[in-house]
Ligand binder design. Structure first.
Ligand SMILES: [Fe+2]
Ligand SMILES: [Fe+2]
Length: 245
């Protein structure tokens, strides 16, 4: 893996060929868009679909008797347990993705030396913590009598959102510095996700769960601080001529 970022034969900008650039601009100005109408028409079609669309998914009713009883009790107090289960499903999906992101980072680090100062032991520890968070949420869902194998609507959204992050990490060409950018996005969302889940757990009257989630949040705060430090360090080292990625 080549690790030095230098100037190369990137021809994506129009500045590479001023003659072709002029022709490209002229053609773009003269061209009439092919296909379906203009932006206003396009938006109207999308609006029609929005009005007719089914919801993205649903949260199934509890499959256990214990879960059904808990749900009924919560609904009697005016709380909607489906929202909490949906958000727990989201957290579970995200922690699973987090584990996979760090898995991919470890593969990269084992395959090629990264920038100095990023400890593989610390990356392994974060990976294991993400995995432990996944188990924590799994157990919380089971404790509520719900099914942790369900893909809830918010878990679905998370899965789609994380696709790009996983693509960055599993692309063999991306450097560790570039991979850290994707991990940084994940850790930012991870931190806020736990903050919101803790507030929701309190609101739903599950203080015991809120307390165990607070321990996970403390881990996440450390992850974010480390990733920020590694990103800064590796980018600064890249900016010094002759340094690796
Ligand atoms: Fe996490
Ligand atoms: Fe994390």
């Amino acid at each position: 893996m080549k690790t030095v970022m230098g100037m190369g034969r990137n021809r994506t900008g129009i500045g590479t060929s001023p003659i072709d650039a002029k022709k490209t601009i002229e053609a773009a100005e003269e061209a009439v868009p092919l296909g379906y109408g203009d932006r206003v028409e396009g938006a109207a079609v999308r609006a029609d679909y929005v009005r007719e669309a089914e919801p993205l998914g649903s949260v199934p009713p509890p499959t256990s008797l214990k879960g059904a009883a808990k749900s009924a009790a919560e609904m009697l107090t005016g709380k909607n347990p489906a929202v909490f289960i949906d958000k727990l499903g989201e957290r579970l999906a995200f922690e699973r993705t987090g584990t996979r992101l760090y898995d991919a980072l470890l593969t990269k680090m084992e395959a090629a030396p990264g920038p100095e100062g990023i400890s593989i032991e610390e990356v392994r520890r974060i990976h294991d913590e993400e995995r432990a968070h996944m188990d924590l949420v799994w157990n919380a869902i089971e404790k509520l009598g719900a099914d942790p194998t369900v893909q809830t609507p918010s878990a679905d959204i998370d899965g789609v959102a994380a696709t790009g992050l996983l693509q960055i990490l599993t692309d063999p060409r991306t450097s560790i510095t570039q991979s850290l950018h994707a991990i940084h996005i994940a850790e930012l969302a991870d931190n806020d996700g736990w903050v919101m889940l803790i507030e929701l757990a309190e609101q739903m009257g599950h203080s015991d769960l809120a307390a165990s989630f607070s321990a996970a949040l403390r881990d996440e705060q450390q992850h974010l601080a480390l990733v920020r430090r590694w990103m800064t360090m590796s980018t600064e080292s890249l900016a010094s001529l002759g340094a690796g990625a």
